[in-house]
Write a protein that binds this ligand. Structure first.
Ligand SMILES: Cc1ncc(COP(=O)(O)O)c(C=O)c1O
Length: 419
């Protein structure tokens, strides 16, 4: 059953929605017509399924300019891709540098690797919300084996200077693992020209595929220890997991309908143009920041020069961020995400910890009208509930009053973490 009422979906950093029509069709076709298990049998349904997976590898290889389709490993999501490589590669005694804005999908595996004897150093942020390159250089001179960093912050939308960091890492003999959760599909990623060694990306965000898909793309034959061992139809006589990629890291039956949807999403985003899509999302974000900055009592957390991608974080003075999200959903039909966005380090770096922010993330199907609707809603919520409110003025929304509790400044407070 569809969710009641129209919705303006501004939570594309969590997962993009809606998906391009081609994605729905490809998934439906895969389930109905390519029902065999890929690589397992010689009957036509298995062969068709295998062809679908191989073609999808080619599509992903092309979009990241990987050396070959065999260096594309299908995973469950971006977290899964990150865990596969981090836990399969980093050992006791290794030195790792990570960024100031990392998602828990990087921070948590690194935390457990630190407990197993790896040294993990965190690079500082600049006041402008970027990675401090001088500090990175300083840390890397102390010895570094791996650099693990996000390409785009899922809190501020800032783009990491990957090329510069990769060059410094290379000079020190380190490998660079890029978390492309928020960039794949809206910022061009060319493994060679960026100089990164591995990219972990979700299939379900900017690449427009379904949830439950992700990829690990490798520039070379890394000696990643396989975590998933088991049947995959390759070297079946051996007791050992195949050494060759991608089978080294893929065990068990693949998510073929998901991979079909991911490939359709990749082809969609390629034909729309990654640069075009990304620039359009950033332009909408700039219009949003310009609009909210003009509202009294709204504070934006982002690059001083304005948004670089489609992600914008803000707070309305005196209104709890969780409550802001609830009012936007219940009274205006606008979906955003609130809280810490699984990235506490980023909120510490930008001074929004522990409450977090209201995060708006634009996707390929958002329009100027969506931004205008959000601006009007924020204006009304601020006027009605904010500390700098002109109470009652121009407030047409219908906030869920039974969920509001008056705070000390007479403003709404509701303690929802929303992480
Ligand atoms: C920067 C970053 N890294 C990793 C992830 C994890 O992605 P997934 O949900 O596909 O595991 C996210 C998800 O939002 C993210 O924003």
């Amino acid at each position: 059953m569809p969710v009641a009422g129209p919705i303006i979906y501004l939570d594309n950093a969590a997962t993009t929605w809606p998906k391009p029509e081609q994605v729905y069709v490809a998934m439906d076709t895969a389930v109905r017509e390519h029902g065999g298990n890929p690589g397992r049998a010689s009957h036509r349904l298995s062969v068709a399924s295998q062809k679908l997976v191989e073609d999808a590898r080619e599509d992903v290889c092309r979009v990241f300019n990987a050396p070959s389709a065999e260096r594309v490993v299908f995973t469950l999501n971006c977290t899964d891709a990150l865990c596969l490589i981090l836990k399969g590669l980093i050992k006791c005694g290794d030195h790792v540098i990570t960024g100031p804005f990392e998602h828990n999908s990087v921070a948590r595996p690194l935390h457990s690797l630190r407990r197993s004897g790896a040294t993990v150093m965190q690079c500082q942020a600049t006041p402008g919300g970027s990675v401090d390159l001088d500090h990175f250089r300083h840390l890397s001179r102390q010895g570094v084996d791996y650099v693990v960093m996000s390409h785009v912050s899922n809190v501020t939308g800032c783009i990491t200077p990957v090329r510069e960091i990769a060059a410094i890492a290379r000079d020190q003999g380190a490998s660079f693992i890029l978390d492309a959760a928020q960039s794949a599909g809206s910022v061009e990623i060319d493994l060679f020209s960026l100089g990164v060694d591995a990219v972990a990306a979700p299939g379900h965000k900017g690449l427009c595929g379904p949830m439950g898909t992700g990829v690990l793309v490798l520039s070379e034959d890394f000696p990643v220890a396989p975590f998933r061992e088991g049947g995959n139809g390759v070297d079946s006589a051996s007791d050992e997991q195949p050494r060759r990629y991608p089978w080294r890291l893929e065990g068990g039956t693949l998510n073929v309908p998901g991979i079909a949807g991911l490939a359709a999403g990749v082809r969609y985003i390629e034909s729309a143009g990654i640069r075009v899509v990304g620039e359009r999302e950033a332009a909408l974000a700039r219009a949003l920041v310009e609009g909210v900055s003009a509202i009294d009592g709204v504070r934006v957390f982002g690059p001083a020069a304005g948004p670089e991608t489609g992600v914008v974080s803000f707070r309305i003075d005196g209104v709890d961020v969780g409550l802001t999200g609830t009012i936007l959903d219940e009274s205006y039909g606008i979906a955003v995400r609130t809280g810490l966005h699984c990235a506490p380090a980023a909120h510490r770096a930008i001074g929004s910890f522990p409450e977090g922010t209201v995060r708006v993330s634009l996707g390929p199907f958002n329009t100027e009208a969506d931004v205008a609707a959000l601006l009007s809603a924020v204006r009304e919520i601020g006027a009605r509930f904010g500390t700098r409110c002109a109470r009652g003025s121009n407030a047409k929304g219908r906030p869920p009053r039974d969920r509001l509790q008056p705070g000390s400044a007479g403003c709404a407070v509701l303690n929802t973490e929303g992480v």
